[in-house]
Design a protein around this ligand. Structure first.
Ligand SMILES: O=P(O)(O)O[C@H]1O[C@H](CO)[C@@H](O)[C@H]1O
Ligand SMILES: O=c1cc[nH]c(=O)[nH]1
Length: 232
């Protein structure tokens, strides 16, 4: 096992879905996977491996924020040889034309985190999605009759922002939404030469003030889950 994952070698599939919420991982295993086996319960961060339409796929929670996803993604890549990492998360829309419950496919991730300043002092790194996963996710979403919004997101270290107006600056640069993990997922995927993508669902809206319930965030958002599963 690794420090935070109790799976034995070979128990994690090459493709893994990564919701922040471990109960969303359990929901996917219970409702979408056949022959699902739990490979991790350390700290309640459930991970499962099973089959979706005959393809072996895993799903694991990552927790919230860059430090937490960084631990799981480092261990999944370095100890378990995971090759395709697909985040499925909730986010807050910063744009009028991106509505609550819309799907966002994150082409790139800006961040207010210092994590890449530590890696690249005095330089900027551009955390970017894998194009083949992105292309397939867009195609799958469109086949389902959806209109996914593709563009950049903000990965923030804060859910509760010191300056409640700061989002407007990011919005003015066309950033679609805010969440808390994608920049680190894309940076680690680049570092280790594996593929990553974030597929997000808008759970709340900075302009209209609309919100979804915690139950909806945990159990619904089926389109996002099905798009991500199709990438397996
Ligand atoms: O729904 P998840 O995947 O947890 O993602 C979003 O929700 C959490 C905040 O409520 C953060 O982790 C943010 O990135
Ligand atoms: O990180 C997040 C996720 C959803 N909504 C937000 O405002 N922030």
């Amino acid at each position: 096992m690794s420090i935070h994952i109790s799976a034995k070698p070979g128990e994690v599939a090459e493709t893994i879905l990564l919701p922040g919420d471990p109960l969303r991982a359990k929901h996917i295993a219970d409702n979408y996977l056949e022959e699902a086996v739990c490979f991790n319960e350390v700290r309640g961060m459930y991970g499962f491996t099973g089959y979706y339409k005959g393809k072996r796929v895993s799903v694991s929670g990552t927790g919230m924020g860059i430090p937490s996803i960084s631990i799981y993604v480092n261990e999944l890549i370095r100890e378990y040889n995971v090759k395709n990492l697909i985040r499925i998360g909730s986010c807050g829309s910063l744009q009028e034309e991106v509505a609550i419950r819309d799907i966002i496919i994150a082409m790139s991730a800006n961040t207010d985190s210092n994590v890449n300043n530590i890696r690249f002092p005095q330089r900027n790194f551009a955390p970017t999605a894998n194009f083949s996963l992105l292309e397939k996710a867009v195609e799958t979403a469109r086949t389902k009759g959806l209109d996914p919004k593709v563009g950049s997101v903000l990965t923030s270290d804060n859910f509760y922002h010191e300056d409640p107006e700061e989002w407007k600056m990011w919005a003015s640069y066309g950033v679609l939404a805010v969440e808390m993990e994608t920049a680190e997922l894309y940076s680690l995927a680049a570092k280790y030469g594996v593929k990553a993508l974030s597929v997000l669902t808008v759970s709340d809206h900075f302009i209209t003030g609309e919100q979804t319930t915690s139950e909806e965030r945990q159990k619904t958002f089926n389109d996002m889950m099905e798009i991500a599963l199709s990438l397996a």
